[in-house]
Ligand binder design. Structure first.
Ligand code: SF4
Length: 223
């Protein structure tokens, strides 16, 4: 997904470039922690998406929207118009509408997935005293001698490295667009208006591949 080819120069483009950089750092922090700890999700497990809909900020929704617009503009128009329904899980708990049963990786927007989806299983949380604590997901296997939870000064000794802290990355995320920091919505509510914003901005571009609305037609020529 090349943000530059879809969006013209704009605040939206700058925000999404900054968000991509933040995601890349979060991914690297998770990679480092996974390599040091040896921890990993069971292959094909999607349980954290099957019965869960992430609450996301507008910028996160816009990056998912950009991914959808870049891949299939017609589908993006349809989703913007008709909305998304939560996934119906066997337990009856609503799940993420972007989850797919028919692939082993499940997430249909993996490259643009929101922050919590990147950090969920491999990040620590802080309590009100600032103490960082990490617990393994109940489905995550662990080798002999690996504890299932640890906190603060024991984290590096327990897991070989300190996990990234969700709240620290969350604060950076909120700082990208402070005006919308209070605008978290469930993904299926946040995504349609985000797609409309991205389609609108994509339509302002000059790339002939963009077939969105042309809002700057040639001016009439004086005769
Ligand atoms: S966006 Fe992807 S990773 Fe996040 S909850 Fe939905 S399916 Fe799961």
């Amino acid at each position: 997904m090349d943000i530059h080819t879809v969006l013209p120069p704009s605040l939206l483009r700058e925000r999404l470039l900054a968000l991509s950089e933040l995601y890349a750092r979060a991914d690297r922090a998770v990679d480092i922690f996974q390599a040091a700890s040896g921890l990993g999700c069971p292959f094909g497990c999607g349980s954290c998406c099957e019965s869960f809909i992430p609450d996301i900020l507008p910028a996160e929704a816009e990056l998912v929207a950009l991914d959808l617009v870049a891949r299939d503009r017609d589908q993006a128009f349809r989703l913007a118009a008709s909305g998304l329904e939560p996934r119906q899980s066997a337990s009856g708990t609503p799940g993420c509408p972007l989850y797919r049963d028919d692939t082993p990786y499940h997430c249909s927007v993996y490259a643009s997935r929101p922050l919590i989806c990147r950090l969920f299983a491999f990040s620590a949380v802080r309590d009100k005293h600032g103490t960082a604590a990490y617990s393994l997901c109940r489905l995550m296997p662990a080798g002999p001698g690996t504890p299932r939870s640890a906190a603060n000064g024991d984290l590096a000794a327990a897991f070989g490295a300190e996990p990234p802290v969700m709240g620290d990355y969350g604060a950076e995320l909120a700082a990208l667009d402070p005006g919308s920091a209070g605008g978290r919505l469930p993904l299926h509510e946040a995504l349609p208006p985000a797609i409309m914003r991205v389609l609108f901005m994509a339509g302002l571009g000059t790339n002939p591949e963009n077939d969105g609305p042309n809002l700057s037609p040639p001016l009439p020529q004086a005769s």
